[in-house]
Design a protein. Structure first.
Length: 519
């Protein structure tokens, strides 16, 4: 139950952040729509955001937390503090150099991520490069924030790191509403909002670290044995933790060759995918990694396996209906949240088809977040790397095949092929990770899986039937105002959730099916 409470704490904090995130996107859609300027910002933001997930929340956190948890398990507080100080100094010195390169060479960096704009000399390229110079320092600030969050999570202080993303949403909303009207190029306000958010997020961690007595005092720690262990683990996890992020970035690169608006349509559909992925997938991964690391250090093999099993069951219980609901209600959700001002009905239609394609892969995206810690907690970084390389290779091939096929066919939204390829590669990655844990004898499923899967599938079928019956046609959503859209959507979602819960109980699903391992 302790793991479940921790997951709920992180999940509830993340829900608050995601709700503000949707409000942020509503403001962005209303103020700026889906235009060349918003394409330029989303790419200028996606690059440091991609690097954040790759380095800060990806390779660094997955390497840092197991080593930190192992030192905590030994009980030597002085050695623990020395390790934290040295890691902070090493990370900060690297980030200063990286940030300087990114700011000075912004057009070259952008050319790697937006070759379509560069080759065609589109105006979005110059605007995006100017914004990238402002947003790039975010990677330094948010990486240090991730370091602080890793320390707090390892000591089971989950709330502050989970609340931190709220500051990004508040900063972007404030800059969009109040700063944009004072700038010659209004969309530049969003770039300044990203930089401001990075500063606020880092400062937000300081009081909690001080209460723990673990506020870092950076030291030049490149020769420290603990730092060397983290670096050794980071090299492969840099690839192993980032398959989904690399796939999404490849989507953006190819989208720059498609019609104007493609980057924005993918952004808005990805944002809706990120709600369940961020609320639940990230919450689970955040909670189980330090827990698994401690169980591995204590050589609790059975408890290690039970924790993975518990997380997978809980993930299936929530993500399958979430995926189905997103696919069925993609149009109404997008229209309710974003179709105001500059965001048109055509934008809703285009974002809808990519959201449906992303929804297919939602359970796999979350399964990867549950299964990968089973390797990283044991400091096995080589195996996930092999699987990630395979899935990334498949993603590139499918991107070209799906988009090329849709263009040849004359389909109006070939960007949906990018989302479909990402989902397919995530499914492959999850399957490989699962098979690897089973073959190595690290994970043994607890009896009762078939019954749980059958009950969840039945409940999803009942929910879909009710959603189809409750949801009005797309033409009605377009004609309604904001209040009626929101109220109707709320009724449909609550009705679907109630139907799912009732059907699951009728099918025999009980809390006892999800209790083992959650401690």
């Amino acid at each position: 139950m302790k793991l479940l409470r921790s997951t709920a704490t992180v999940g509830l904090a993340t829900i608050a952040s995601r709700i503000l995130g949707f409000l942020r996107d509503v403001v962005l859609a209303r103020w700026f729509g889906a235009s060349g300027e918003t394409d330029a910002f989303f790419l200028a933001f996606k690059i440091p955001n991609f690097m954040r997930r790759l380095f800060a929340e990806g390779s660094f956190s997955l390497a840092f937390v197991p080593v930190l948890s192992e030192l905590r398990e030994r009980g030597d507080r002085r050695a623990l503090k020395h390790f934290i100080d040295n890691v902070t100094g090493a990370l900060a010195s690297f980030l200063v150099v990286l940030t300087a390169i990114g700011v000075l060479a912004a057009p070259l960096v952008l050319g790697l991520f937006a070759p379509g704009w560069w080759l065609e000399d589109r105006p979005e390229f110059a605007l995006s490069a100017d914004m990238l110079r402002i947003t790039f320092p975010y990677i330094m600030l948010v990486s240090l924030t991730a370091l602080a969050g890793g320390i707090l999570n390892s000591f089971e202080r989950f709330l502050v790191p989970a609340l931190t993303p709220i500051l990004l949403n508040l900063s972007l909303i404030g800059c969009a509403v109040f700063l944009s009207t004072h700038l010659e190029v209004p969309v530049m306000a969003l770039a300044w909002g990203v930089l401001l958010a990075g500063i606020l997020q880092l400062l937000f961690q300081v009081p909690a670290l001080m209460r723990l007595g673990l506020l870092p005092r950076p030291r030049w720690g490149w020769g420290d044995p603990g730092v060397k262990r983290v670096l050794k683990l980071m090299v492969p996890t840099l690839i192993g933790s980032s398959a989904a992020q690399v796939n999404l970035l490849i989507d953006s690169v190819i989208a720059t060759f498609l019609v104007t608006g493609s980057v924005s349509w993918l952004y808005y559909s990805d944002r809706l995918l990120e709600f369940p992925l961020g609320v639940f997938g990230v919450a689970l991964a955040t909670v189980i990694l330090p827990n698994l690391s401690r169980k591995h250090a204590a050589k609790s093999t059975a408890a290690f396996s039970d924790t993975i099993d518990w997380a997978l069951r809980l993930a299936m219980l929530i993500t399958l209906p979430a995926a189905v609901g997103l696919a069925v209600l993609a149009g109404p959700i997008l229209a309710t949240l974003f179709q105001y001002g500059a965001f048109t009905g055509e934008d809703v239609a285009m974002a809808r088809i990519s959201l449906v394609a992303y929804a297919v892969g939602l359970p796999a995206f979350i399964a990867v977040k549950v299964l990968a810690p089973g390797y990283y907690a044991r400091q096995d970084t080589a195996t996930p790397v092999r699987y990630s390389l395979v899935s990334m290779g498949v993603n590139v091939i499918l991107n070209l095949a799906f988009v090329g096929g849709l263009v040849w066919w004359g389909f109006s939204g070939p960007h949906a092929g990018l989302a479909a390829a990402s989902s397919a590669s995530a499914i492959l990655n999850a399957a490989l990770l699962f098979r690897g844990l089973r073959r190595a004898g690290i994970y043994a499923p607890v009896p009762g899986w078939f019954r749980v899967l059958l009950a969840v599938s039945f409940a999803c079928a009942v929910m879909v039937t009710l959603l189809w019956w409750l949801a009005p046609p797309a033409t009605d959503w377009v004609a309604w105002g904001a209040v009626e859209r929101a109220s109707r959507l709320g009724v449909v979602i609550l009705g679907g959730a109630a139907a799912y819960g009732a059907a699951a109980l009728v099918a025999g699903l009980r809390p006892s099916h999800f209790s083992r391992g959650g401690h």
